[in-house]
Write a protein that binds this ligand. Structure first.
Ligand code: 7TS
Length: 412
């Protein structure tokens, strides 16, 4: 058993009580809580080192720049990038994917080209491609799921051909927890086409070790706030040769080499993609989050998730009328569990759980096409991070039994 219970005390917010109950936070897939080292790193930075970056001749600005660039090095090392220059700081996963779509997408797509997505994408990896498909005349093609809620690799094999220019897939579904086998997918995509493979790592990177050099993706996007870091910053990692040839998706200060009245030239990667004042203190907070996760070890984070998810699936299977949507093979998924409970509306489940201090998300989870495929309007969703333990799952189960009796499901 991977016991991470000692970490709980690092998260001050978990000492909160709501409606007389200690808070049971089961919504880390939406955004994770922050440990003291992350909070203190940002506080310290604002109190003693803060200035804008990449412009000051004075000591404070140089120190701030050093802290910002140190964050880039730490993130690069966290995902084993070949160089810190492969790390572009964005506002988050959404901004990274929109940037890719409007830069690489616009420049490489023509009518008749295909963009391949899966049916379990978050809207952040779906709507940007719809926008770009409309502007370029490219076509969207969706890979379905198997009855086990996994990506249908046979359908993928049958779909990938020379018409496909972009394959963009989630690294872990924020609804089903499904973790598609990216290395295997990369082998199929790169053998059968010249397409680039983009991975939406918003849920994956906070929970599993990722090595971009062996992973097989050409681009990877993720957000700090789901990995115990602050909001307002995320990352786009890309293969250096692809970043090099790509046009910037935003213009402004700090991304230029020269500016004339009618034309400009660009700064080298990564500055080319970081127009304007970047999220500086947030980069410092992200570096602290990465350090915190590294101290635990991403293998241990994964083991903890696996064990807790296996326990939760087991306990949830004891609750009558509960249907869980996601792979039953726990090794093919992460700690995100969507479910319905008889005909109780997921929002009612969430409200009853909330009255016991338990936070879960209810709704379509920004994955409406997946919900339509599952013939559901909404699910309730519990999701974990390092600070959760079996007692949180036990509280959830007790809350679900209360929901059953309140809604008369016990009377069967
Ligand atoms: N991709 C996936 C797979 C996600 O789960 C999310 C956010 C995003 C992209 C967007 O990330 P952002 O940081 O740019 O917002 N997912 C969720 C969720 O499941 N509940 O709230 C946000």
């Amino acid at each position: 058993m991977t016991d991470l219970s000692h970490l709980r005390r690092d998260f001050p917010i978990l000492r909160r009580e709501d409606y007389g109950h200690p808070v049971v936070f089961l919504d880390s897939a939406a955004s994770a809580q922050k440990p003291v080292p992350v909070l203190e790193s940002m506080d310290r930075f604002y109190r003693s080192q803060y200035a804008n970056v990449h412009r000051g001749a004075y000591k404070l600005s140089q120190e701030a720049t050093e802290a910002y660039e140190d964050a880039r090095r730490r993130v690069a090392s966290f995902v084993n990038a070949g160089s810190p220059d492969e790390i572009i700081f964005t506002k988050g996963t959404t901004t990274a994917l929109n940037g890719l779509a409007s830069s690489w997408g616009i420049d490489h797509l023509e009518p008749g080209d295909r963009i391949v997505l899966s049916l379990m994408e978050h809207h952040a990896n779906l709507v940007p491609w719809q926008l770009i498909a409309k502007r370029t005349g490219a076509e969207l093609v969706y890979i379905p799921l198997t009855s086990e809620f996994e990506l249908d690799l046979n359908a993928l094999r049958a779909t990938i051909d020379q018409r496909v220019k972009i394959v963009s897939l989630t690294g872990m579904s924020n609804v089903l927890g499904t973790i598609p086998p990216i290395q295997q997918i990369s082998a199929i995509v790169h053998a059968q086409s010249e397409a680039i493979l983009i991975v939406d790592g918003a849920q994956l990177v906070p929970h599993l070790p990722v090595d971009v050099q062996s992973f097989g993706a050409d681009f990877l996007a993720f957000s700090a706030h789901k990995m115990l870091g602050p909001t307002g910053i995320g990352v786009l990692w890309g293969k250096p040769e692809l970043l090099e040839e790509m046009e910037p998706w935003e213009g402004g200060g700090e991304m230029i080499a020269t500016v004339g009245l009618y034309e400009s030239t660009w700064a080298p990667v990564p500055q080319k993609f970081e127009a304007g004042t970047p999220p500086i203190a947030e980069a410092v907070g992200l570096a602290a989050a990465v350090h915190y996760l590294e101290e635990i070890g991403m293998e241990a984070v994964r083991s903890h998730d696996l064990e807790l998810t296996a326990y939760a699936l087991d306990r949830l299977s004891e609750v009558p009328d509960l249907i869980q949507y996601g792979p039953t093979d726990v090794t093919a998924r992460g700690g995100v569990i969507s479910f319905t409970l008889g005909d109780v509306h997921p929002h009612d489940i969430a409200t009853i759980l909330d009255s016991r201090g338990i936070s879960v998300r209810a709704g379509h989870h920004c994955a409406k096409p997946l919900m339509a495929d599952l013939c559901l309007a909404a699910t309730a969703r519990a999701s974990f991070h390092v600070y959760n333990g079996r007692e949180d799952v036990d509280a959830l189960i007790a809350g679900l039994h209360e929901a059953r009796s309140l809604f008369g499901l016990d009377e069967g």
